[in-house]
Design a protein around this ligand. Sequence first.
Ligand SMILES: Nc1ncnc2c1ncn2[C@@H]1O[C@H](COP(=O)(O)OP(=O)(O)OP(=O)(O)O)[C@@H](O)[C@H]1O
Ligand SMILES: [Mg+2]
Length: 269
Amino acid sequence: MEIETAAQDLEEDFNREIILENLIIKTVNLSKTYKVGDIDVPALKHVNINVEPGEFVAIMGASGSGKSTLMNLLGCLDMPTAGDYFLDGQNTSKMSKNEYAQIRNQKIGFVFQGFNLLPRTTALENVELPLMYDRSGKTINQEKMAIAALERVGLGDRMHHIPSQLSGGQQQRVALARALVNEPSLILADEPTGNLDSRTSVEVFHLFQQLNDEGITIVMVTHERDFAAFAKRIIEMRDGRVIKDYEIKDRLNAETELQKILSEAIIDD
Ligand SMILES: Nc1ncnc2c1ncn2[C@@H]1O[C@H](COP(=O)(O)OP(=O)(O)OP(=O)(O)O)[C@@H](O)[C@H]1O
Ligand SMILES: [Mg+2]
């Protein structure tokens, strides 16, 4: 009995310490092993990362290194097989399914490579969708909030278009508005520009940098080092582990890069 109490005290101390650290993301030996038939596929092995509010992190690594697996855990879309994930000071491993869904809806906006918009639904309705699941009571005027989110990403004049009537970059901005509409503290993006040409990609990163300047924490996966340079910090993965974690020294400004692209295009014409 005494041992149990001591262990409980230890755990409480540990949790308290984590809350005091004021981290938006903390993972402790976070691990994920998929089961395929009888075979174990260890996709993530003892990952320890800390992210402070206001950071902009790029996750890089070869195909199969575990980037999406990590993003799905950070986004509360999937559960780890071992280890702990503290989101904004709360230990998600101790949560019920309901609490888990609730914290995902309140704290996280997720952006996918393939946009994941409903096809026959207007931009406005796509953005309103997450509000319909929100039971916190802050979403009294859903339409107003969705319009504000679309205006924030520069799509105030495309609200009634359906995805097929929008360019790839515009579709990704609708997806970003949908991620922003709940006013999350954290945006997670898994290869957000993987389906976009380089100019449109830089436009999307310009938006990411603006949102980050406004205080939103961003963690994104990208394959391209040039794009990772828009972030403030790079985490490199290999075989399910973090192998490097460092600040970016010569960070690129997306607005400046965009100006360069535009002036080159004028010269080409
Ligand atoms: N649902 C799943 N079931 C079984 N194995 C999986 C599953 N998802 C991923 N894996 C395996 O886990 C490992 C990591 O996959 P993950 O998708 O996280 O890689 P990634 O770094 O995102 O790769 P990419 O750059 O190609 O997107 C791979 O070996 C993959 O085959
Ligand atoms: Mg992936």
